[in-house]
Design a binder for this molecule. Sequence first.
Ligand SMILES: Nc1ncnc2c1ncn2[C@@H]1O[C@H](COP(=O)(O)OP(=O)(O)OP(=O)(O)O)[C@@H](O)[C@H]1O
Ligand SMILES: [Mg+2]
Length: 252
Amino acid sequence: MNAIIRTENLCKAFGANKVLDRVSLELPEKKVSAIIGQSGTGKSVLIKTIIGMLKPDRGRTWFRNIELSSLKPSEMIAIRRHFGYSFQNAALFDSMTVGENLAFPLRELLQIKDRAEIKERIAQMLEWIELKGIESKRPDELSGGMRKRVGVARALISQPQVLFFDEPTTGLDPVLSETINDLVVRVNRELQLTCVMITHDIPAAFRIADKIAFLDRGAIIADGSPDEIAVSEHPMVKDFLRISFCELKSGK
Ligand SMILES: Nc1ncnc2c1ncn2[C@@H]1O[C@H](COP(=O)(O)OP(=O)(O)OP(=O)(O)O)[C@@H](O)[C@H]1O
Ligand SMILES: [Mg+2]
């Protein structure tokens, strides 16, 4: 396996709250990885620590052969453009139109100044997420699912190498969730990008991920292909999967 991102013994606490406990993880290049686990267990903190939004207390992270944890903040800014991040709350700027939201990373991250080029890239991106022509709409005029897709588009437009999705389907109906999951698969297959997805949708993780990492109270307790995770003997993993798949059967 060719890991594009690697962490070694990552630790992160907020005061007395020990959130990450020696997390060592490899995320394979050009594959879909899913990070699953209970609420509040440190999944978002793990991703934020990897991309440098949070500083680890201990441990190391690599992007290819670059050790991120040893970089100065100014050096990290240059690396960050290789990462796209679609936030848990699809944090679009509500005061800006969709077009302006998408122009932001082009100007800030890629330093593109040419207005025609910006316009063209935005139009292409909206077409790609099947929301052609909504440049002038404001986020509050969109449905939840459209906002999520625009959030993904904003993470994608700067052409990152790794795209992190933090719960892209939470709060969406099953049909829209499927659309977003399909979008993740398309990003991976058609654009050949590495995708890392935090999700509570366990059946979807099993369907689309090549690798699943199970986080419990800040520690990785299972890590492998969906088939390997499915036969994990860890009691916590067994319980979690039993409940997740039972809910699916009972139509909850
Ligand atoms: N910036 C912060 N300052 C202080 N504590 C934080 C901060 N960010 C996260 N935490 C704490 O870290 C713990 C893990 O949070 P995290 O957001 O990673 O959980 P999660 O696994 O993503 O949960 P969910 O599935 O609900 O999104 C929580 O106890 C949370 O309160
Ligand atoms: Mg979270």
